[in-house]
Design a protein around this ligand. Structure first.
Ligand code: TYD
Length: 204
């Protein structure tokens, strides 16, 4: 049996990481084997490139260099973690994936979503998430829950707002794969919302 690849996407500080852990636990209680992972990262090489991408000055590299590095991390992650686990029948929950590249590098940095999709096709091919849940938030209410400021969070509120609009555009362009989910509410309310979507869309 093949497994499932589910991605959680959205702006900064919307609670994706917390929800990834909670949902993994809930699915394990139902008897599934669940792997949680993240991008950039997920492998020893990916975690090293993560440091390079997230630390330092905003303009230490161009948007296209960023996109290529995120894509390199993705390929390594795909080869070593995502594909083998999906092939083994497991559920892989990933905190950020291709749609952050689409929203941040493609839309907010202006490289174009189409170009980012081409890069993805070159690096990974046809393999896409079975389901992507995009944590949607009103841009005026976001940017308030940041603990550690990374290079992208330093880019300012206008840029972060553009990235949130980028996710809405991605959802519009991929209605079969992506669900735009309101991220307001308590941790429990949001978990319930996600579990309902997983049940309705994937029968989990
Ligand atoms: P992280 O701390 O994991 O963000 P969060 O906790 O908000 O999920 O940092 C990852 C950062 O990298 C985040 O600011 C978004 C950025 N990023 C991109 O710009 N493009 C990408 O393709 C990915 C995967 C992440």
């Amino acid at each position: 049996m093949t497994g499932l690849f589910i991605t959680f996407e959205g702006g900064e500080g919307v609670g994706k990481t917390t929800q990834t852990k909670i949902i993994a636990e809930k699915l394990r209680q139902k008897g599934y084997t669940v792997i949680t992972t993240r991008e950039p990262g997920g492998t020893p090489l990916g975690e090293k490139i993560r440091e390079i991408l997230l630390k330092g000055d905003i303009d230490k590299m161009s948007p296209m260099t960023e996109a290529l590095l995120f894509t390199a991390v993705r390929r390594d992650h795909f080869e070593h973690v995502i594909k083998p686990n999906v092939d083994a029948g497991n559920i892989v929950l990933c905190d950020r994936y291709m749609d952050t590249t689409n929203a941040y590098q493609g839309f907010a940095h202006g490289l174009s979503i189409e170009k980012m999709e081409s890069l993805y096709n070159l690096a990974i091919g046809d393999f896409k998430p079975n389901l992507t849940i995009i944590f949607d938030i009103d841009p005026s209410k976001s940017h308030g829950n940041l603990t550690e400021i990374n290079r992208f969070e330093k880019m300012g509120n206008d840029w972060l707002t553009a990235s949130l609009n980028g996710f809405r555009e991605v959802a519009k362009q991929n209605p079969d794969r992506c669900i735009l989910m309101p991220s307001e509410g308590s941790i429990e309310e949001v978990s319930e919302r996600i579990l309902k979507i997983l049940n309705e869309k994937l029968g989990l």
